[in-house]
Design a protein around this ligand. Structure first.
Ligand SMILES: CC(=O)N[C@H]1[C@@H](OP(=O)(O)O)O[C@H](CO)[C@@H](O)[C@@H]1O
Ligand SMILES: [Mg+2]
Length: 545
């Protein structure tokens, strides 16, 4: 048909599988790459609409499935300031993805344009990148088709980590303003990080090396590139040993069996990837597949394994930034706060409130919730236990930090480090490479090894399980997911169980990314945590059928 709408015509090349329903979840769309083409095509259309709605500001599109297996893939949108897509638009993404035919898709697209008063005369602008998955280039074809059909101006940034794409999106949208974020390209990212790292490091020398497992994902080549910009070990810089950075064979990505690598492997198996060759008390870290998450760990002199997870990075950052602010003379003027989810270890929460004397806010799972809550503080530290997070400095905090006149040499040197950290820490989203440098700077300044870091508090023994039920959607939570309001009566049973354990805490919630209910429990001993988790799991199974 010659008169066919260009969006329908292009859509015909990426037909929606009839038997599938898609949902834009906590981390965008994510599934087997083989069925993702129509979803990516439609996500491209949504990016165009979003850009038009925001007067032609640039929207980012990232093709990645993060820590998932190599044959999965996914797509997520990045808003102009580098944040995740605004919540209300997730529903629009879902509607476009599920339009049953090419014609229905065009109708939905036109309806959004009309309902949201989107000015079709505005030229949409989109940038995109992908991780190292083999399906990436094919999915880019679907994305480009959508951008062309919708008359969008676009740039392909090829292979990037997710946080690099967030960074570039923000740089482009702030270019020429007083709050310009940086040079909008990969080199600009490395230059910004390395300049900040050098400034934060000052005359401090690093003790020992850090071994970084890159999950055989995009973080590998990008970390190797970043290292070229950092001071070398012979200049007193940090020695970074890169392992698991094979992206030539994409099937090695996040591989848990043969190649044993990645943040998820470490967390699930509670041991170091064999390739890290970790010696006692040596610092090790693992990234996930798109390098927006990092886990630290070490083996002690008795060969016991110690995980230093997102809670540990949050507490370390809050401790150090709080000290810096006080030492710089800004203690009263910078309100530092920490944001966690219910999965944060109770011991970390107690340490923050009782020892660091800082406020803690608990939000539902999903980085966007934590990020939003962190913006309410002058300095908002947020991390999920699984290693995804960052530290946000508010505009007011940045002004205070940048304008303050130090009253002594000691204040001056603390202020220098604090200023450097505001540039070193990615303000758009959790960034494994930026977080790696942050942790290393803090440990160097404190002259701490991983053991001293680990000794700040003792984790409560805990257990995280997943249970498959007939319909997980009947499990509805309240109080930042810490309590179930439905099915009725279930929370009362959980409370009764928790009451029987010393330091007991447990909750159940439907996963946003998997078809399962997660049960978390912690208690004074490992045995009791396991037992409590098992009993709560039984309650969930009975209620869920
Ligand atoms: C307990 C847990 O680790 N949950 C993860 C997981 O969410 P669920 O909604 O629990 O499936 O995936 C999210 C997206 O990657 C991540 O933000 C979150 O922390
Ligand atoms: Mg990730």
């Amino acid at each position: 048909m010659a008169s066919q709408h260009p969006i329908a015509a292009a859509s015909a090349k990426f037909p929606k599988p009839a038997d599938r329903t898609f949902q834009y979840g906590t981390a965008g769309f994510r599934m087997k790459a083989a069925i993702l083409d129509s979803v990516v095509y439609r996500a491209g259309l949504l990016a165009a609409l979003r850009s038009r709605k925001l007067n032609g500001q640039i929207i980012g599109v990232m093709i990645t499935a993060s820590h998932n297996p190599p044959d999965d893939n996914g797509v997520k949108l990045v808003d102009p300031m580098g944040e995740m897509l605004e919540g209300t638009w997730e529903a629009y993404a879902t509607i476009l993805a599920n339009a049953p035919s090419d014609q229905a898709l065009v109708e939905a697209y036109d309806k959004f344009t009309l309902d949201m008063k989107i000015d079709s005369a505005i030229k949409p602008r989109v940038i995109f990148a992908r991780d190292t998955r083999a399906s990436g280039p094919r999915l880019v074809t679907a994305l480009v088709a959508a951008l062309e059909a919708s008359g969008t101006e676009y740039t392909d940034y090829k292979l990037l980590t997710t946080p690099q794409l967030h960074y570039i999106t923000r740089c482009l949208n702030t270019k020429g303003t007083t709050y310009e974020y940086g040079e909008p390209n990969e080199q600009g990212y490395y230059e910004k990080l390395s300049a900040a790292f050098r400034a934060a490091m000052g005359t401090k020398k690093f003790n020992g090396s850090v071994t970084v497992d890159c999950a055989n994902g995009v973080g590998g080549p990008k970390l190797r590139e970043l290292i070229k910009y950092l001071p070398s070990p012979t200049e007193g810089g940090l020695e970074i040993k890169v392992v698991n950075d094979d992206v030539v064979e994409p099937e090695r990505l996040n591989h848990q069996i043969s190649y044993q690598c990645g943040a998820d492997f470490v967390k699930t198996n509670q041991r170091a990837p064999p390739s890290s060759h970790s010696t006692p008390l040596a610092r090790c870290a693992s990234l996930d597949g798109d390098a927006d998450r990092i886990m630290y760990y070490f083996v002690d002199s008795d060969n016991s394994f110690h995980l230093l997870d997102g809670d540990r990075i949050a507490t370390l950052a809050a401790l150090y930034i709080g000290d810096l602010a006080r030492n710089a003379g800004l203690g009263e003027k910078l309100k530092v706060g920490v944001v966690q989810t219910a999965y944060a270890n109770g011991a970390s929460t107690a340490y923050i409130t009782q020892d660091l004397k800082l406020p803690v806010v608990c939000t539902p799972t999903g980085v966007k919730h934590l990020h939003h809550a962190a913006t309410k503080f002058d300095v908002g530290v947020y991390f999920e236990a699984n290693g995804h997070g960052t530290v946000l400095f508010s505009d007011v905090a940045l002004k205070r930090i940048n304008k303050y006149e130090p009253q002594s040499p000691a204040q001056s040197s603390a202020l220098d480090v604090l200023r450097a950290l505001t540039a070193l820490i990615n303000q758009t989203v959790g960034d494994a490479l930026s977080d790696l440098l942050l942790v290393e700077i803090i440990l160097a300044h404190k002259s701490w090894g991983p053991k001293e870091w680990d000794l700040t508090y003792t984790d409560l023994p805990n257990r995280l399980g997943r249970i498959e039920v007939a319909d997980r959607n009947i499990f509805k939570t309240t109080d930042a997911e810490r309590k179930l309001e439905s099915p009725p009566g279930v929370q009362v049973q959980i409370d009764a169980l928790v009451g029987k354990y010393k330091n007991g805490r447990s909750f159940a919630r439907a996963s946003g990314t998997e078809d399962a209910v997660r049960v978390y429990a912690e208690a004074a001993t490992k045995g009791e945590a396991d037992e409590l988790a098992a009993k709560v799991a039984d309650v969930v199974k009975r209620a869920g059928g």
